[in-house]
Design a protein around this ligand. Structure first.
Ligand code: FAD
Length: 302
């Protein structure tokens, strides 16, 4: 009996698929298939699915796939998608918002403003989930995810949840270490200040308008491909090497923002990865700076 057939006999309430195209779950709309793809019904269902040991290993947890390149040969094991599954968003205590891992940054931002809390507006500029933002220490408009984290809930491979504090992690610019190999974020508790009438509050609409002016937001992309090196900008370095507009298959370096690679429709993951490697090599040769990818590249080549 295949893993998929076995799962149908269990009391799990989520949806399990085989050979699910990851192009449906990544903002680049490219890449191979997931051997198994599980969307749990909720947090309890995820705990049951993991604890039962029935999910094909290894398990990769994803959110909105807005920082993810899945190679064309696909991903072994099971991809667990938190979107639409881990979706609870509540006021846990005065000034503390609890958001499960599948909640989008924009939802947390809007909920906080409605709850008369200040400090989470910048999350509206990040098109990912709470889980992805915790994994990446995502940041925008001067804000950074972990600066507003009071605690996180982490689930292990047996489905057990533990509450951890920020000091238990090593946190830096787009860098978070401290999760075990088989541990995943399932919720964050954000500590926010009570809004006061005289606060110089960041307006979400204005932030998004600013962003649309600078970035090719209506295209298939994964945001900034490379981290900014200390004291400089990856986009400036890439542009200085004349790489804007460089093409490979259906992928192109954005003319609007040189640190974005766009899938114009038919790009393979290999096209995108080729551009990433080419940019890295060229910038290193011409400027001496070795750019570090911000996007996560996973899976097997075709
Ligand atoms: C147009 C655009 C603009 C962007 N702008 C910004 C920006 O301003 N600032 C910024 O920081 N980023 C930006 N990004 C990148 C991206 O949105 C962020 O990195 C975001 O945090 C990723 O969240 P996600 O849910 O899409 O994660 P995914 O892409 O699904 O996953 C990213 C990584 O996190 C891991 N992960 C996901 N969920 C969990 C979990 N629950 N537990 C453990 N690991 C997990 C995945 O396995 C993967 O390794 C942008 C992307 C786009 C497309």
């Amino acid at each position: 009996m295949t893993a998929v057939a076995e799962m149908t006999n269990m009391t799990l309430k989520g949806t399990l698929k085989a050979r699910e195209p990851m192009s449906r779950h990544t903002s680049w709309r490219a890449g191979g298939v997931a051997e198994r793809f599980y969307q749990p019904a909720d947090l309890d269902d995820l705990a049951l699915a993991l604890g039962s040991g029935e999910l094909l290993r290894p398990v990769t947890v994803i959110g909105l796939g807005s920082n993810l390149l899945v190679r064309d040969g696909g991903l072994r094991g099971t991809v667990v998608c938190t979107v639409g599954a881990l979706k609870d968003l509540t006021l846990l205590a005065p000034g503390v918002v609890r958001a499960e891992a599948g909640v989008a940054g924009a939802q947390v931002a809007r909920f906080s403003v409605k709850s008369k809390l200040n400090g989470a507006q910048f999350l509206a500029g990040i098109p990912g989930t709470v889980g992805g933002m915790l994994a990446m220490n995502a940041g925008a408009f001067g804000g950074e995810t972990w600066r507003i984290v009071k605690a996180v809930e982490v689930m292990d491979a047996s489905g057990r949840i533990s509450v951890r504090r920020p000091h238990e992690f090593e946190i830096g610019y787009r860098h978070v270490a401290g999760l075990g190999q088989d541990e995943w974020f399932v919720a964050a508790h954000f500590a926010l200040a009570a809004a006061r009438p005289d606060d110089n509050v960041l307006d979400i609409r204005t932030l998004l308008d600013q962003r649309a002016e600078l970035q090719p937001v209506k295209t298939w992309n994964a945001g900034s491909v490379f981290k900014n090196p200390e004291g400089d900008h990856a986009a400036r370095l890439i542009e200085s090497c004349g790489l804007k507009g460089l093409r490979r298959g259906g992928a192109v370096v954005s003319e609007k923002h040189a640190n974005f690679i766009i899938n114009e429709g038919e790009a393979t993951a290999a096209d995108i990865e080729w551009l990433i490697e080419h940019i890295r090599d060229t910038v290193k040769t011409e400027t001496g700076v070795l750019l570090e990818p911000e996007v996560r590249i996973v899976g097997e080549p075709a």
